[in-house]
Design a protein around this ligand. Structure first.
Ligand code: ATP
Length: 368
């Protein structure tokens, strides 16, 4: 039984420091997976803990289905155990003295589920996470990835109306992490549970989320599909955080709708995409991905000449440091050959749909 989660104007202020969550609102549709993505300290875990009832919000409303579970202004605060939520944490949090089956059956025992029904539910949960053949093993005889599957099965076995996952893969080694990452989405989707998944890993966010909410300093900067987050980042931070690491400062020459021209401090004029309109004459920063630049290509628009400063060969890809527009940019090319050497000139083209212009520039930002 999956249900919709609604978070409205959520604020959490701890006794010290700025608000950990600052007026955050979002909805997770029944059966949807929303990933909260952002750097350490941005408020992801605090948001999750408020939804779980482990943290008391300062203000705002949290509802699951028809139940308001938290509304401080009205004195509503449903205890965690009444919210019917499943949780999976970074640490495996399994009972070490029990078998796999006993671990997964534990929440049902607690809920006094009849024995026959409990067995069927445990078998189903173990099958979903791919651990049927390990049911009778002591849980400590499993690998980290398998233990996390046990924790997941234990959180799903009582069919919670919401599943919360807080960096569940971060204790696993790289290989296991990739494998379980791919399986996790399948498992969550198969149970059709509404889920919030917290991570600072953008690759995890893209693989797992139906939508991704990018957070910074307690704010939700953008909540959109992975495709929109990657192709239309609404904010410079979102662009940077999802890989658009190159930045060029300039001034807006013209902007009409979502397109316009920015003049760089070196005087070059670049056509760019504007997620939001910026007035002509205002400072702007263009952000773009290292892989968006076309090397050795000239086009009618946005073609320039750059100097190769350095190149690093990584086997299947080569990373170039180029000097252009009076600054440096990094360009990544998928190729098994180095095509341009330091000291040479190279024509470059910057496709304008992958050049995003945002208000302000680095000088202005550093004065904040
Ligand atoms: P991480 O990925 O490191 O877990 P996060 O994005 O989950 O980070 P939170 O743990 O939600 O961030 O923390 C948000 C802010 O709230 C941080 O500035 C943090 O220092 C602060 N904070 C969290 N818990 C407490 C607490 N119990 N008391 C005081 N401040 C806290």
């Amino acid at each position: 039984m999956s249900e919709e989660l609604r978070v409205e104007n959520l604020r959490k202020v701890f006794s010290v420091g700025r608000p950990a969550i600052d007026d955050v609102s979002f909805t997770v549709a029944a059966g949807e997976i929303v990933v909260l993505l952002g750097p350490s300290g941005c408020g992801k875990t605090t948001t999750l803990r408020c939804v779980a009832g482990l943290e008391h919000p300062t203000s705002g409303t949290i509802s699951i289905g028809r139940d308001i579970v938290s509304a401080p202004a009205r004195g509503v605060l449903m205890p965690p155990r009444h919210r019917n939520i499943g949780m999976v944490f970074q640490s495996y949090a399994v009972w070490p003295h029990m078998t796999v089956r006993q671990n997964v059956a534990f929440p049902l025992k607690h809920r006094k589920t009849p024995r026959g029904e409990a067995k069927a539910k445990v078998d189903e949960a173990l099958e979903i996470v791919g651990l049927s053949e390990y049911a009778e093993r002591p849980v400590v005889a499993l690998s980290g990835g398998q233990m996390q599957r046990v924790a997941l099965a234990r959180s799903l076995v009582y069919q919670p109306r919401l599943l919360l996952l807080d960096e569940p893969l971060s204790n696993l080694d790289a290989k296991l992490r990739l494998r379980l990452r791919d399986d996790l989405r399948r498992i969550i989707k198969r149970t059709n549970v509404t889920a919030i998944y917290v991570t600072h890993d953008q690759a995890e966010a893209v693989v797992l989320g139906d939508r991704i909410g990018v957070m910074r300093d307690g704010l939700m900067l953008q909540l959109a599909s992975p495709r929109d987050i990657y192709n239309q980042p609404a904010d410079l931070f979102v662009a940077n955080f999802t890989g658009a690491s190159n930045e060029i400062d300039g001034k807006v020459i013209e902007c009409s709708g979502h397109e316009g021209i920015v003049e760089t401090t070196s005087g070059a004029r670049l056509r760019a995409t504007f997620p939001a309109t910026i007035a002509a004459g205002s400072p702007a920063t263009i952000a773009f991905r290292p892989e968006a630049v076309r090397l050795g290509a000239s086009d009618a628009i946005n073609s320039f000449t750059a100097n190769v400063v350095d190149c690093r060969y990584h086997g299947t890809q080569t990373i170039y440091d180029l000097s252009v527009f009076g600054g440096r940019i990094e360009v990544l090319e998928l190729s098994t050959e180095i095509r341009f050497h330091p000291g040479s000139e190279v024509p470059i083209t910057l496709p304008h749909t992958a050049m995003w212009a945002y208000a302000g520039n680095a000088t202005a930002r550093s004065q904040h």
